[in-house]
Design a protein around this ligand. Structure first.
Ligand code: MN3
Length: 302
């Protein structure tokens, strides 16, 4: 089962220059072959499908912990896209003045036609994410090798999107995900080392550039986020520590397993876009909820 927390792992700054084309590029990191939808669903299915887990429980716990974190990654990439798309068309209720005209020349017109200027599970070309991106062979060594490769492909894509998009909102997200994805690559490398004795961490970093090249990533590493594995569970998955221990291969700092999730930050309250009727309900009277909330002792600010 999954327990949800209404928080994002990082605080996203409001974009300096909201841009639908920046948002379209960032979509690759959500719904591309190597995007967060893929990491989330690969590890989720591999965990459901894991056979013989009594003996191999530490590997199961590691995959489950990382799968839990990936949910927050699809959230943080989606919010980045949503913030980059906020305010990029003309606000108002008059369709005659063509308030969405700017969407015609945007690289992804679906952001304006099929969504409320918001994220969709698709890549940077507007192709929808597919379950064909999930690899769950049932062979642990093969699945771990795949996951190692998937994290490194994801890392390469993030580095290139960083080089394309300069907005601080996107770069904050990228710095964070380079560090966390980097940790996941090391985790799968270590899992392969424990399982096979082959020193897989010696291959890192792939692509051969340190996260230190990215100022936003440096900040998260100073907080130790490159060496702390979170279980994303109140009680379970602590056997991941039988794999995630020792020191980080890049800087020699101690590896830690932390029970639970990040404290995190409230997600941004996305502004309304009336020209898209998103969310609509202009005549909805919040007083109805306010009265009921008072009676029931529920916190509501309508
Ligand atoms: Mn991820």
């Amino acid at each position: 089962m999954i327990l949800k927390i209404d928080r994002l792992p990082i605080e996203l700054p409001t974009p300096k220059n909201p841009s639908p084309n920046d948002a379209a590029a960032v979509q690759e990191l959500l719904g591309g072959k190597f995007g967060e939808m893929s990491t989330l669903m690969n590890y989720t299915y591999q965990s459901f499908n894991f056979r013989g887990r009594t003996k191999l429980r530490p590997f199961y716990d590691l995959i489950c912990s990382i799968a839990g974190e990936e949910y927050g990654h699809i959230e943080v990439v989606s919010y980045t896209i949503n913030l980059l798309l906020t305010g990029v068309s003309k606000r108002g209720m008059d369709p005659v003045s063509a308030p969405l005209a700017s969407g015609v020349d945007a690289r992804n017109t679906r952001h304006f036609i099929a969504s409320g200027q918001s994220a969709l599970p698709m890549d940077s070309h507007g192709d929808f994410w597919t379950g064909a991106n999930v690899f769950s062979s049932g062979n642990l060594k093969l699945d771990l090798l795949h996951n190692f490769f998937l994290e490194l492909g994801a890392r390469a894509n993030k580095m290139r999107v960083y080089s394309m998009v300069e907005d601080p909102c996107a770069r904050e997200m990228l710095g964070y995900l380079l560090v966390r994805g980097g940790l996941h690559a090391v985790a799968y490398a270590k899992a392969l080392e424990v399982y096979t004795g082959v020193e897989v961490t010696k291959l890192l970093p792939i692509p051969d550039m340190s996260n230190n090249a990215f100022p936003e990533a440096q900040r998260f590493m100073r907080d130790g986020l490159h060496r702390k594995l979170y279980t994303f569970s109140q009680e379970d998955y602590m056997q991941a520590g039988l794999i995630w221990n020792g020191v980080h291969p890049e800087d020699g700092q101690p590896l830690e397993v932390i029970q639970g999730a990040f404290e995190g930050f409230r997600p941004p309250d996305l502004e309304e876009e009336p020209q898209l009727n998103a969310p609509g309900g202009e005549d909805f009277d919040p007083q109805m909820f306010a009265d009921l909330a008072k009676k029931m002792g529920i916190n509501y600010k309508g």
